[in-house]
Design a protein around this ligand. Structure first.
Ligand code: SF4
Ligand code: SF4
Length: 248
């Protein structure tokens, strides 16, 4: 993103719209701190600049990754993912996708940078490296996954490590038996990660309506009742059952 310095009349109308607070008013015009800008496009779409001074620049890699993850209209041009945005619905809408369909597996979704703080891939790599020793399967439709170039070490494509995005989600499946150690491994790097992040655990409930991961989470000191949670009501069950049937 850029502000055309010849057009800008320094009205400062755009400044409060930037979620990264990287539009800096100067004496004659506003300037964007490109190191902090995540290319979300909010300033361009919403601030209604009176002289159309805000301009989207043509982005190439690695900077293009910022727009792909931060702008709802950004596309992942360099990787084969089916949708736009920062994450995937695959695990969140598990009642449709059926990715987690046994009690001995759980999915973990670690979201960095949200709300409104932003995250760099180098911080994401601290997490992927911390969980690399476990037997995990990364979600193939998540746009972060193709950038984890070595799944055994958790190494992320070096070219994008310094790129900042609005938010991104590391998503993988794991055995419930490994979950306690995985949560500990994530916690062990929390002080090194220079942004905010949340950890979601997605699992099935058993015949007594008890989440299969509940004991692991509670026994490791997390207050499950204080955490926010989301329950899928099973409205997608017909699709889920077809998919499981097809897999047999
Ligand atoms: S709204 Fe437009 S003219 Fe006003 S400060 Fe921002 S870029 Fe400059
Ligand atoms: S594109 Fe987004 S992050 Fe960049 S200056 Fe505009 S509002 Fe701020």
């Amino acid at each position: 993103m850029q502000i055309n310095q010849d057009k800008c009349i320094n009205c400062k109308k755009c400044v409060p719209y930037c979620p990264m607070e990287c539009m800096n008013p100067g004496e004659k015009s506003v300037q964007i701190d490109l190191e902090e800008c995540v290319e979300c496009g909010i300033c361009l779409r919403n601030s209604n600049c009176p002289v159309n001074a805000i301009e989207q620049t043509f982005l190439t890699m690695p900077r293009a990754v910022r727009k792909a993850f931060s702008d709802p209209f950004g596309k992942h041009e360099n990787i084969e993912v089916k949708h736009m945005g920062r994450g995937t619905e695959e695990i969140k809408t598990n009642d449709v996708t059926g990715i987690i369909h046994t009690l001995d597996e759980a999915a973990v979704a670690i979201e960095l940078g949200r709300p409104g703080v932003g995250a760099r891939f180098r911080d994401m790599e601290k997490i992927t490296k911390a969980v690399a020793k476990f037997d995990i399967v990364y979600e193939k439709n998540n746009p972060v996954t193709p950038y984890i170039i070595d799944k055994k070490t958790g190494e992320i494509e070096p070219e994008i490590l310094n790129e900042k995005i609005m938010s991104g989600i590391v998503e993988f499946r794991a055995k419930i038996n490994d979950l306690a150690e995985i949560l500990k491994a994530v916690k062990s790097v929390e002080d090194k990660v220079e942004t905010v992040f949340t950890v979601a655990v997605i699992c099935k409930v058993d015949e007594n309506n008890k989440p299969s991961a509940e004991d692991v989470i509670v026994n490791n000191g997390f207050n499950i009742r204080a955490a926010s949670s989301k329950t899928n009501m099973g409205l997608g069950r017909p699709l889920y059952e077809d998919r499981i049937k097809g897999a047999k």
